[in-house]
Design a binder for this molecule. Structure first.
Ligand code: PHE
Ligand code: ZN
Ligand code: ZN
Length: 538
């Protein structure tokens, strides 16, 4: 983004409307594009009605719409049914994936020198894709940083082979601190050295003291039980360990790895060039722990209503617009990976761009636009990329321009958390994204821009049972959906081939296609939810 635009954006963001006139000239070249009609058809009433349906579905299905549950299938049928008379082409895609099911309550207890039973949810949680077993063994520490380093993510405990010199892990339970390398690496390092289970404890800095909810990759081959615990429990065990007292724990994770299946759902316009497809996607599955109305009923409903209005208003774009409702995002971006991994090189090349819509109605929101050209956030410590597909900046700019003309402040969001857009990055497809933020804490400066409450999470029901319709901010939900409608129509009617430099894209694409066989899910799996406080891979 150019400097003047930054100044204008900051001006809008920081104080007032005084600067807007001065900024108008510069943008007037775009003005005709902003008289679009599709966004005017988006109403809060329709959006809330759809969201209530998804909530109702979760209420009759143990409060969840997770990909493996009947609540998911009913959500999909609700979307399909609502699009029934839209005139759009609709299809689904079934795929299989691995699911780890616990068949008994897990156990974490100290058996020697004192008996103590720890509490699931307070002290510990089983990791996603843990191994199975019931073991009682002595604990061993490797190279923890205690007290923890000043900077988060700096403990190298269990990352390097030198760490293990002189340490015998055979038949022992390894207790390892969260830090620089991924949980997968830490776990495989101790497993290959004979450990029978592993306890991963949080690193200990502010915001990194609760239970680490460890996400291992979906293709992980770990055989030993893996449990995430609080910093306090890790530290207490360490204090015993350094005092020389032998300590024995029992860890039991009983369950099975099964294969299950779920679906992606698609709808696309009949009209429009099929070699310049505009894709817009949102995951439709929730976590097991809740109904997932902000995450991501909001995105799923936004797409539904934009698609429905395209049909109802007989809008015939120049380029095909394809909507995707992804399955199994929450367990590792599985639906979007399945879709792109199985497209032919031609079909991949025919996708001009992708908009990701994941969490757009957070209660204590910021109006986030993902910084997909990295112009504002390349220095941000948690950012996942040093380069992104060419053309991403053009998509970001359309969103920024839209909000600018609506006189709505925005926040530039670093690419630091996992969602389906990552799979499009892998295939070199330009992308943009809307996001009202989740588990960070709202600042005073953000309250000046967006209202809400400082010092509180953007969404305090993130991945919880309380992520219901009441948890949504319906105004930002509506504004964001209108932005999606605007973008659909904007790119629907543009010659996208001149907007996106296909030479760069094509090069990135052929690299991805060539690499396809050896880099399945794993490459980005390890980074999935990398820096999130309550679900992380490292
Ligand atoms: N996909 C993440 C989740 O479902 C949240 C997220 C949304 C992360 C958008 C990054 C960008 O938990
Ligand atoms: Zn989620
Ligand atoms: Zn999500």
């Amino acid at each position: 983004m150019r400097f003047k635009q930054i100044v204008c954006r900051l001006a809008v963001m920081v104080v007032s409307l005084i600067f807007i006139a001065a900024c108008d000239n510069q943008k007037s070249g775009n003005a005709e594009t902003l008289t679009a009609v599709l966004e005017d058809k988006i109403t809060t009433e329709a959006l809330v009605a759809h969201a209530k349906e998804l909530e109702r579905i979760s209420l009759s299905n143990s409060l969840s719409r997770s990909a493996d549950s009947p609540g998911y299938i009913q959500s999909m049928e609700y979307i399909r049914g609502s699009l029934g008379s839209s005139g759009l082409k609709i299809w689904d895609q079934r795929f299989e994936y691995r699911l780890f099911l616990e068949t008994k309550d897990p156990v974490l207890a100290m058996t020697y020198p004192v008996q103590e039973i720890y509490t699931w949810g307070t002290d510990y949680q089983t990791s996603t894709y843990s191994g199975i077993g019931d073991v009682t063994a002595e604990i061993v520490f490797v190279t923890p940083s205690l007290p923890p380093g000043v900077e988060p993510g700096t403990s190298t405990d269990g990352c390097e082979s030198a760490d293990f010199q002189g340490i015998d892990l055979t038949g022992k339970i390894a207790v390892i601190q969260r830090g620089t390398c991924s949980f997968s690496e830490k776990v495989s390092n101790v497993e290959s050295r004979g450990a029978v289970a592993v306890l991963l404890f949080n690193e200990g800095q502010e915001g990194r003291t609760g239970i680490v909810s460890v996400v291992l990759s979906v293709d992980s081959t770990v055989k030993i039980p893996v449990i995430g615990v609080t910093y306090d429990l890790g530290k207490a065990l360490y204090d015993r360990y350094v005092s020389g007292a032998a300590t024995t724990l029992r860890i039991a994770v009983i369950g099975m790895n099964t294969t299950t299946s779920t679906y992606n759902l698609f709808a696309e316009t009949v009209a429009g060039r099929s070699d310049q497809v505009i894709m817009i996607g949102a995951h439709l599955d929730s976590v097991i722990e809740g109904p997932g109305i902000n995450d991501n009923g909001s995105g799923a409903v936004a797409l539904l209503e934009v698609a429905r209005q395209i049909g109802l208003n007989g809008y015939t774009p120049q380029n095909k617009i394809r909507f995707a409702w992804w399955g199994a995002e929450e367990v590792g971006l599985i639906g979007s990976s399945h879709y792109l991994d199985n497209l032919s090189p031609t079909d991949l090349r025919n996708i001009s761009m992708y908009l990701n819509v994941d969490c757009i109605a957070s209660h204590n929101f910021t109006r986030g636009v993902q910084d997909t050209d990295l112009s504002d956030t390349i220095e941000y410590p948690g950012t996942l990329y040093t380069e992104t597909p060419n053309g991403s900046g053009a998509i970001e700019q359309v969103l920024l321009d839209y909000f600018y003309f609506q006189k709505l402040p925005i926040k530039s969001i670093p690419l630091d958390g996992g969602s389906d857009y990552m799979v499009f990055v892998k295939y070199g497809i330009p992308f943009g994204g809307l996001f009202t933020e989740l588990d960070g804490t709202k600042t005073e400066a953000e309250v000046l821009l967006f209202g809400g409450t400082a010092g509180e999470p953007y969404d305090n029901c993130y991945h919880k049972a309380c992520d219901t319709v009441d948890n949504m901010n319906t105004q930002v939900f509506t504004e964001n959906t209108q932005a999606v409608a605007h973008l659909a129509q904007y790119f629907g009617d543009r010659k996208v081939s001149t907007l996106f430099d296909k030479t760069t894209t094509a090069r990135a694409l052929s690299r991805a296609v060539n690499a396809k066989k050896d880099t399945p899910v794993k490459a980005y799996q390890d980074r999935y939810h990398k820096d999130r406080r309550d679900r992380a891979t490292r």
